[in-house]
Design a protein. Structure first.
Length: 444
């Protein structure tokens, strides 16, 4: 069983970020919260909203925990009839009982017996649906990014705070054992003062383009206006429906999908949660296929504690990926791309000017777990710990590994990176007003 975090208030969270703002408490020790506590022998009833590729993964993960955590998928929802029918059949095979299948998420949220919902819809609808789930009193596992429109993301966070629901944001690496071990190295001061974090994640291919479902879907088999959610109406577009990450109005692409994981780890490791300022650059240099979001992207984020984060991704080359936390005492290198469990700690000793062979003389060690060998440089997205942690916290009413506050913070960083890219301007975070500005706060 995974361990839940202690209850957290937004005030404490912001104070840790260097921002003391009075806020609503998120302590679960009240009558409403106790009424929600599910006993160890009571089955957790789940509903799932939006079941495409990642949603199918989440269903599989939940099913693997059905016995250890006593859960069952009792309802599924997807606008497209093909996904909906497939999800119902798949979950029937997992639980030997067919879940209820509905087209619209409002119908699922109205089901009194559903305790928690999984939200894995396109990212432009994450925050609006999370807000409504909280208002319906449902605990939620919401995929990242938690949101990509600032006002909608704030509204979702505030609704969760008000309702005191248990929300796990799908940045699953926070629950993985090697990431936890690496975080302890950084937070324990072994690296010394850290001035820079470098993140390079690469992939060779036209990411998100070429989905086969584009040629399969018919407008009469879905609800196009409902899919658009808060966006203006437009003619039905099957390519947008499935390849939305390439279209600016619906996704920022690389920041929303890849950087959200990377920057969330930085926030956790460094205990600094909102960028002070951000600049970005990039473009479509590899795949000239009509995409509106970059296939080659680089952003620089300055943080209040006094360090710089460099994040870059290329879809035109699969050169080795890495992350480096660069301190005055040592460097921590994550060898591999997103989620790699292989971390190497190398002491900072000497300089190349004084000794051309200095690298061979620097002490180093890999971070390993008791009784474990050197881990691989890659990992899939099917780890069980994060979902298990959410189930544990649904029962205990304590906060999970990736809270709604963590989701809000990574969303802000990604929105700032996207705005800096699309506007070509340096942008700033005003912690007091919670606004993204084009000039430093207080200089107007």
């Amino acid at each position: 069983m995974s361990k839940c975090l202690e209850p957290i208030t937004r005030r404490v969270f912001l104070e840790k970020s260097g921002v003391a703002i009075a806020a609503t408490s998120l302590l679960p020790s009240n009558a409403l919260s106790y009424a929600r506590i599910i006993g160890a022998n009571d089955r957790i009833s789940l509903g799932h909203i939006g079941i495409g590729n990642r949603g199918t993964d989440l269903d599989l993960i939940a099913s693997k925990l059905k016995t250890s955590h006593n859960v069952e998928m009792t309802a599924v929802c997807d606008l497209w009839s093909v996904n909906r029918d497939k999800a119902a059949a798949t979950n029937a095979s997992y639980y030997a009982r067919r879940p209820r299948a509905v087209q619209h998420f409002e119908d699922l949220l109205s089901m009194k017996d559903v305790d928690g919902v999984l939200i894995s819809t396109p990212e432009h609808s994450h925050s609006p649906i999370l807000k409504l789930a909280a208002e319906a009193g449902k605990d939620a596992y919401v995929e990242k990014p938690m949101g990509n429109v600032l006002a909608e993301t704030k509204a979702a966070r505030d609704a969760v705070i008000q309702a005191k629901t248990i929300v796990q944001v799908g940045t699953q690496h926070r629950s993985e054992p090697y990431q936890k071990a690496a975080q302890q190295v950084v937070s324990g001061g072994a690296l010394g003062d850290i001035s820079k974090v470098e993140i390079v994640w690469n992939y060779h291919g036209p990411r998100w383009r070429g989905r086969p479902e584009v040629k399969q879907i018919r407008e009469q088999d879905t609800d196009w206006k409902k899919w658009l959610m808060t966006k203006p109406n437009r003619p039905f577009d099957p390519q947008l429906y499935f390849e939305f990450r390439l279209y600016r109005e619906f996704s920022s692409g690389i920041p929303d999908q890849w950087m959200s994981h990377a920057i969330d780890l930085v926030h956790w490791f460094m205990d600094d949660h909102f960028p002070k300022s951000v600049v970005s650059h990039g473009g479509v240099f590899a795949w000239h296929d009509g995409r509106e979001t970059a296939d080659t992207f680089h952003t620089l984020l300055e943080y209040p504690k006094g360090f710089l984060v460099s994040y870059s991704t290329s879809f035109g080359n699969d050169a080795p990926s890495f992350t480096r936390y660069m301190g005055k005492k040592a460097t921590l290198i994550n060898i591999g791309g997103e989620g790699s469990p292989r971390y190497q700690q190398i002491e900072e000793k000497g300089t190349h000017e004084d000794d051309a062979d200095i690298e061979s003389k620097r002490g180093s060690k890999f971070i390993t777990l008791p009784g474990q060998k050197l881990p691989p440089t890659g990992i899939d997205d099917l780890t069980l710990e994060h979902m298990g942690n959410w189930f544990d916290c649904i029962r205990s009413r304590k906060q999970p590994d990736s809270t709604v506050h963590d989701g809000f913070a990574h969303s802000v960083a990604c929105m700032m990176a996207a705005e800096a890219y699309f506007t070509g301007k340096k942008v700033y975070w005003d912690a007091g007003s919670e606004m993204i500005l084009e000039q430093p706060p207080g200089t107007a």
